[in-house]
Design a protein around this ligand. Structure first.
Ligand SMILES: Cc1cc2nc3c(=O)[nH]c(=O)nc-3n(C[C@H](O)[C@H](O)[C@H](O)COP(=O)(O)OP(=O)(O)OC[C@H]3O[C@@H](n4cnc5c(N)ncnc54)[C@H](O)[C@@H]3O)c2cc1C
Length: 400
């Protein structure tokens, strides 16, 4: 059975993601009920092959008539533009993609299997072993919950031994699961980016945004210290290693800042790390910025780090010193390093609307697609939606 609906929530820009998400749920969604009525009616009358809901087949006669009105130089300009588009969308050359890349739904930028970090030797020569494994879930005890406004909170869990580290590199994420029934046969599992520095031993800290009907986040809201939650990881994400890249640009919105916070904390804790970081961080309200005073402090004291905040819905107070509105071209050119800087990765983490609009600006500014790592399962689709089917994808590491 086909289920169909139309409404204001439809965003044409998010076509690929929307189709994947709705397709999996067995839904077809259109921008309005009128369009979706046409879709259902025409598909039952003529079959799916004949549908052209967006009028995407060109009318040659009209096109030719329009072309006749152009001067030669205008024709040349269009021809060049079309050639560029054909090149971008041509078949992907085999040599450009690694055998792992785009094979895992959850971790599309992987150019080789995710790394699980081995023992860490500290300055005293003590060896710290990894607590988590990517292959199975381990129960961890909740130590404390620190509220961060009314929409999110930090959950601090104890690793089995105080000397252990998580097993993740900065930028990698883990999976957590909670049982949905008493027998523990059904689970709700979701990905999370730990926020504490990876060299902080004995703990793993998550910051979670509470979704109003979110299966997992509502269960987390009810947790109290001493409760157990199962963890597995690392499961994917960008693998940052000290000095592996000269510059990192972090672009985050809302709770998407979590992997960025961890990378910043690791770099700031390591005086030997010369990688510099610029961060553009957008949220709806000032209270949604995570760890703002800590980020401000790093930026004031350490020249390796700069941060610029923007309130996407505008500032209510005159005292606000950051930007207002969504992340735009001016913010990117004023606060991130340019596309010409070599050994530079741009990490995007947040909702698909922010990611697509920032990526469009990066494309206009001639950043290359393989500089851009996107968190989340649809990252590769979003890069291709903007940079063309033939876009060279980023790796989950910095590779020279
Ligand atoms: C790599 C990665 C890292 C992540 N890191 C973090 C992180 O550090 N912190 C963080 O907070 N999140 C993070 N996330 C997101 C996280 O994994 C979850 O998706 C998020 O917490 C929501 O899960 P949930 O089970 O609470 O909500 P879900 O149950 O998945 O619901 C999602 C949304 O759909 C709505 N919804 C659900 N059911 C219905 C329905 N029947 N009708 C209408 N609407 C409905 C909910 O209200 C909610 O807004 C990360 C995701 C990825 C992929």
């Amino acid at each position: 059975m086909m289920q169909a609906c139309g409404g204001a929530g439809f965003k044409r820009d998010l076509g690929v993601e929307r189709l994947l998400r709705d397709g999996r749920a067995g839904w077809v969604m259109g921008p309005s009920n009128e369009v979706i009525k046409q879709f259902v009616g025409k598909s039952s009358l003529f079959g799916v092959e004949c549908l052209d809901i967006w009028s995407q087949s060109a009318n040659r006669r009209t096109l030719n008539a329009e072309l006749l009105k152009l001067k030669d130089e205008e024709k040349l300009e269009i021809a060049q533009q079309l050639m560029r588009e054909v090149e971008m969308n041509g078949p992907l050359e085999k040599s450009d993609s690694s055998s792992y890349q785009d094979t895992e739904f959850d971790n599309p930028f992987n150019t080789r299997p995710s790394v699980s970090r081995g023992p860490i030797t500290d300055v005293n020569g003590t060896e710290h072993l990894a607590a988590l494994s990517p292959d199975c879930f381990f129960p961890l005890k909740l130590l404390s919950v620190i509220p961060m406004g009314d929409k999110q909170a930090e959950f601090q869990f104890a690793l089995p031994q105080a000397s252990q580290h998580t097993g993740c590199l900065p930028g990698q994420y883990v999976q957590v699961r909670v049982p949905l029934d008493k027998d523990g046969e059904k689970y709700c599992q979701r990905y999370f980016s730990p926020v504490n520095a990876t060299t902080e031993f004995g703990r793993i800290d998550l910051v979670m945004k509470f979704e109003s009907h979110g299966q997992l986040s509502q269960r987390f809201k009810a947790l109290t210290p001493g409760d157990l939650v199962e963890f597995r990881g690392p499961c994917g994400g960008f693998e940052y290693e000290s000095n592996s890249v000269k510059h990192i640009s972090l672009v985050a919105s809302g709770s998407g800042a979590t992997p960025c916070i961890q990378i910043v904390r690791d770099i700031m804790a390591d005086p030997g790390d010369q990688t510099s970081v610029s961060m553009l961080y957008s949220a709806e309200t000032e209270s949604e910025f995570m760890f703002k005073s800590e980020l401000d402090d790093h930026s004031a004291r350490d020249e390796r780090f700069r941060v610029f905040y923007t309130l996407s819905k505008g500032a209510g107070q005159e005292t606000w010193q950051g930007g207002e509105g969504h992340i735009d071209k001016d913010m990117i050119s004023n606060h991130l390093v340019g596309p010409q800087v070599l050994e530079h990765k741009v990490l995007l983490c947040g909702g698909p609307t922010m990611i697509v609009s920032v990526m469009r600006i990066l494309f206009q500014m001639e950043y290359s697609s393989h500089q851009i790592f996107v968190y989340g399962p649809f990252g590769a689709e979003l890069v291709r939606a903007v940079f063309g089917r033939n876009a060279r994808l980023s790796s989950h590491r910095f590779e020279r």
